[in-house]
Ligand binder design. Structure first.
Ligand code: BMA
Length: 348
């Protein structure tokens, strides 16, 4: 794959590494889609990385690491040493560097606390208008974003090249559970929050290693998807979070309908797209990976599908040794269209 200097990235001053990552992300669907896991190397079922390990439940079961690595920045804005899921930021930096070096793709989500009430991101009390330019909490919010900027800029290879990141802030805004979500701010306020964040990071803080990913929760139609969309000039990748919460039939329908809608929008915009979060909590179906998931997403043109974290015995999305979907997961890994690290590495 040749790197084209005309590669258009939302950040017009994007580093070559970010431009190259976007090209790579666009190339993936020609071969299939990449498999991703949140906090893959930070912890898993019954273990926590103490700084020296490099392991993952995914590798233990499937014999290969994920292609895509999700990490979470929540509480970075407060200056804490660990994120809201107790992952130390120094460890996260180390794991990001390592995953990048091995050929993986990194995506960062951010669930900043509610800046008004100081409760978590899940406190839906209105806050957006107050953090926008002219709002009473704008200076405080800028200070938060400076911390994000510093972290992003610290992500460098040994030779000093920037590590490109798919940044996915303010996700699931069509749901009403976050302070930036539906009903807690207007679509116009949301768009302004996105644009101000983008401008502040790129222009004012010279952060140029980011690709911007806009991701909603499940949608009813294309209108819902685009209701909060800040504009093509501010977004590189379109995403959607699709969890298996109800029956299997409903999930298969959801995957088909929502990914087809997303594909249509993304093709019109000539942007790559992904299932930015998803999964079935506790993977209670033995053949979930090959029969329910892959069958319904394989031909949709997504660049990756990322599964949520293996947090606790009743909150996990990827099998660990002995888990009931392990054999199917191993089979899933061996499918030619499913790109774990070894498969994804070849796309360059
Ligand atoms: C949610 C849960 C929470 C976690 C949050 C951010 O889905 O996993 O426990 O704090 O994501 O990672």
């Amino acid at each position: 794959m040749k790197q084209s200097s005309s590669q258009i990235v939302a950040d017009r001053k994007a580093d070559p590494s970010a431009k190259y990552l976007l090209l790579r992300i666009k190339e993936i669907p020609k071969s299939g889609y990449a498999f991703g896991h949140q906090d893959a190397t930070a912890y898993g079922m019954g273990w926590k990385n103490n700084g020296d390990d490099y392991k993952s439940d995914v590798n233990e079961v499937a014999g290969d690491f994920p292609g895509v690595y999700g990490f979470e920045l929540g509480h970075l804005e407060l200056g804490h040493t660990q994120n809201l899921d107790t992952v130390n930021f120094n460890l996260m930096t180390k794991l990001i560097k390592k995953a990048h070096k091995k050929g993986g793709i990194i995506t960062l989500s951010w669930h900043p606390d509610n800046p008004v009430t100081k409760n978590s991101a899940w406190d839906p009390s209105p806050a957006v208008s107050q953090v926008l330019e002219g709002g009473s909490l704008h200076p405080k919010y800028r200070a938060w974003l400076v911390k994000v900027a510093d972290f992003m800029q610290s992500l460098k290879t040994r030779s000093g090249k920037s590590i490109p990141i798919v940044f996915r802030p303010y996700h699931e805004m069509n749901g009403s559970w976050f302070w930036w979500g539906h009903g807690n701010c207007t679509p116009e306020e949301f768009k302004t929050l996105w644009k101000e964040t983008f401008e502040f990071l790129t222009t004012k803080n010279n952060v140029h290693n980011l690709l911007y990913c806009y991701s909603t929760d499940a949608i009813k139609d294309g209108e819902e998807y685009l209701r909060y969309y800040p504009g093509d000039a501010y977004v590189d990748i379109l995403g959607i979070d699709l969890y298996h919460k109800n029956t299997t039939e409903e999930y298969m329908q959801l995957l088909n309908d929502n990914l087809s809608l997303l594909a249509k929008i993304a093709k019109r915009k000539n942007k790559p797209y992904a299932m930015t979060e998803g999964g079935l909590n506790m993977v209670t179906e033995e053949n979930w990976w090959t029969q329910i998931l892959n069958k319904n997403i394989a031909n949709k043109g997504i660049s990756w599908a990322l599964f949520w974290r293996n947090a606790w015995p009743n909150h996990y999305y990827v099998p660990f040794k002995g888990q009931k979907s392990s054999a199917d997961f191993k089979q899933f890994e061996s499918l030619p269209n499913v790109l774990f690290l070894k498969g994804l590495k070849k796309i360059r």
